[in-house]
Design a protein around this ligand. Sequence first.
Ligand code: NI
Ligand code: MN
Length: 228
Amino acid sequence: MVNFSYYGHAAFLLDDGKYKLLFDPFLTGNPKATIKSGDVVCDYVLVSHAHGDHIGDADHIVMNNNAAVIAIPEILDVCGENVKQIPMNIGGSVNLPFGKVRMVFAQHSSGVTGGIACGFVVYIGGLVIYYAGDTALFSDMKLIGQKDNLDYAILPIGDNYTMGLEDAALAAQLLNARHVIPVHYDTWPIIEQDVEQYKKLTESTSRARVHIVKPGETMELTLNDAQA
Ligand code: NI
Ligand code: MN
């Protein structure tokens, strides 16, 4: 069992009951944030890329919690020197006490010179969870789904900076994910989306069930397809 807590935009926490993994902790300045950076408790911080709406409060949170940052070297270089670092790069995996993290490709700019944006496939609590980060639709999503039998895919749907509704629906199909949680929408007017429309479109064109989680909500991730 793993709990997914959504903090708004692309910030969320996965909690297996023992280990807490925080993703893309943009909280300060995030109009949808439901938690202050000083109140976050975590063991690991995973940063997909260095745009401000993703790296966000990573430094502060990592220092506060004595947590470890998981990211590509170019992003670790902009994090504080005295923090625990787990450097990775695209295509690599690392085994950690909770399970495994595989770093995968994303189609997006990185926000830091020489770096590239990434996504993560996380094995935790008996589940396989893909977080796409910021990305365009790309055909190698099919390869990710082929290699990692995805229970959950956490996908951006806001358009403008990332995939929009139609591309994110096709992404669910390529990934062959059982469940999808949309993120990275409605934070600002430029990425406002009709998430119910995304749910309808995705559920009618792929096997995925779409779970709409609002900022501040926690959802228990399970393998039970019957759960709405
Ligand atoms: Ni970005
Ligand atoms: Mn973004």
